[in-house]
Write a protein of this length. Structure first.
Length: 236
């Protein structure tokens, strides 16, 4: 099984830390978050990992190497200019008839990647791994009709949404037919194109811990969770 880790971003929300260190190398506990992902993938029978690099690419290559110390094969694709979360997949070589798992390199999760991968049907363009999120609204929310008549009033409601975890399973025909070479394309735009064209996009809803490590407070929260529950995230 093959996975692609997206590690080419500049980590703008984590500046000034990411001036000198790429976001996937920011430590969670004592370990770079990308190493946590690699260990998880290796422990779930992924044997080849392609890392998409850009910003401070040499540091990521130096840390991850060829993957031999984790028992996996690691290769790299390098974005000369940012290609987005889907556009970089046009650089992936050696495509075959099997899908690829694609995961953002700043993700802390205990998701069973292998199950999501194996449940992906070949006729589906993409499987999106999703997570439930609650958002507390600190105001009274009004439902009003077009004439300004109040229909309902909810005081400080908590809203629930299903959100993308930044983990996808992508069929090879999507990369070949829908991702132009060398052009910037983000995953939401690709998904909307597939849906508009009538191609099935499915979701995988797992009861998994998930945290996008894009902000300082998220890093602090992720660090605390990983230190307290290390065995939850790393194979034994």
């Amino acid at each position: 099984m093959r996975a692609v880790i997206l590690a080419g971003g500049t980590g703008s929300r984590l500046k000034p830390f990411t001036f000198t260190i790429p976001k996937p190398l920011v430590p969670i506990g004592e370990m770079p978050v990308i190493e946590i992902l690699i260990r998880q993938l290796a422990g779930q029978d992924f044997d080849r990992i392609t890392i998409s690099v850009g910003h401070l690419a040499g540091l990521i290559r130096a840390v991850c190497g060829d993957g031999s110390r984790w028992g996996v094969e690691i290769d790299y694709i390098e974005e000369e200019q940012p290609l987005g979360t889907a556009g970089c997949l046009s650089l992936v070589e050696d495509l075959d008839e099997t899908p690829m798992l694609v995961v953002n390199g700043d993700t802390l999760t205990d998701l069973d990647f292998g199950t999501a991968f194996n449940e992906h049907p070949p006729e589906a363009g993409i499987t999106i791994c999703i997570n439930r999120r609650e958002v507390a609204i600190d105001f009274g929310v009004l439902d009003v009709d077009e004439d300004g008549i109040l229909l309902g009033y909810r005081e400080k409601p908590t809203l629930q949404y299903l959100v993308s975890m930044g983990v996808y399973v992508v069929s090879p025909w999507v990369i070949e037919d829908y991702i132009p070479s060398g052009k910037r394309l983000d995953m939401p735009d690709l998904i909307r194109t597939l849906v508009a064209g009538g191609h099935p996009v499915r979701t995988h809803n797992a009861d998994a811990y998930w945290l996008d490590l894009g902000r300082i407070d998220d890093l602090e929260r992720g660090d605390a969770v990983f230190r307290n529950e290390r065995e939850r995230f790393l194979p034994g």
